[in-house]
Design a protein around this ligand. Sequence first.
Ligand SMILES: C[S@@+](CC[C@H](N)C(=O)[O-])C[C@H]1O[C@@H](n2cnc3c(N)ncnc32)[C@H](O)[C@@H]1O
Length: 384
Amino acid sequence: MRIKVFTLFPDMLRPMLAQSILGRAISAGLLQVELIDIRDYTLDKHRNTDDYPFGGGAGMVMSAQPIVDAFADNLPDPFTGRRIYLSPRGRTLTQRVVEELAREEELVLLCGHYEGVDQRALDAVIDEELSIGDYVLTGGELGALVVIDAVARLVPGVLGSDESSEDESFTTGLLEYPQYTRPADFRGAQVPPVLLGGNHADIVAWRREQSLELTLKRRPELLEAAPLTDADRDVLARLERAGEVSARLDDLGLAHERLELRLADQWPKQWLNAFVPEESRKAARKQCVSGRRHVGYLWQAFSMGFVPGYLEGDAAREAWREKSPEVCLLYLPEDRLLYAVRGDVVPEALEGLGPFALADTDLTHTFMQTNRAGVGPYFCERPR
Ligand SMILES: C[S@@+](CC[C@H](N)C(=O)[O-])C[C@H]1O[C@@H](n2cnc3c(N)ncnc32)[C@H](O)[C@@H]1O
């Protein structure tokens, strides 16, 4: 890929082009970047390249002559690449535009300065105006570097095998999932366990879910154009419902934390496995309706008597208070959502959420450790 940059300040670009991935790409000949100093082409005896704007107004305007002559001297005629003027008035640069530019044989970037460039120069030598965002810079040099950097990443060979461009934000149509590196425990902050488990399918699913969630939160408009699978749509529907549930829990004044969607899918099964003996589990699994397995697991565990009590109303509230869990799990089978809820949970207050199960995590933990029947989670409302 060949790139020519026309600028009054070539020294602004040099250091960036000499470092790191761009520096290596240029040294390896994968990228050729030529900086052309517009001032070298001025015919003004004082080497001026700008003048006052006709019609008045603040600032100076870059004159047409040095620009047009610099282009004529450095570009073949006819020219087959794309000639771009960096400008806040231009089309906004996105990853799609970057992909489009990376397919060009040659790019020419004109950097403006001061109040901009005489329109006649733009009419004579520019194919397109490109903006790097809705804000105003002092000059086009930073914009040119942004274009060069983003395009270079797509030139084959520029990124090493461990610096792939395939999985990035925007390339997939979504924002990228969170990344972690060693150590696994940084001053008490842990890496999500799924990334340490070595199960590739689980990792892919977790990352996809995180990407969908971040995109929904921060850039929901990207979802309209992103290629989504049915599974993605299911995740998004659940995340939207999770937002409603969180708002309701906020209204109730309950501190809560939504646990990962994948964990919510697995929880009923883990729960069944922890509480139901193997022989009964086989029977239970058979009866679980496919596609609604999570509900089936819970229901089977409950109806087979492995759940110690089914309590409603005052009795449930009393039992709950008596055990006064520090943290409990709230599971909404219809939405397959799982929350860690802190505080004084009054089961009736949660009824507006639809069918739910509450489990005291401390007791679950005790049961798993002791394998002793009679202690364990109970349902405050029978899951359907
Ligand atoms: C101060 S700006 C001129 C702004 C111009 N008077 C306007 O209002 O559109 C000087 C130069 O910075 C560059 N520039 C400023 N903001 C930019 C942006 N968002 N994207 C790309 N280039 C930009 C352009 O090359 C522009 O000619």
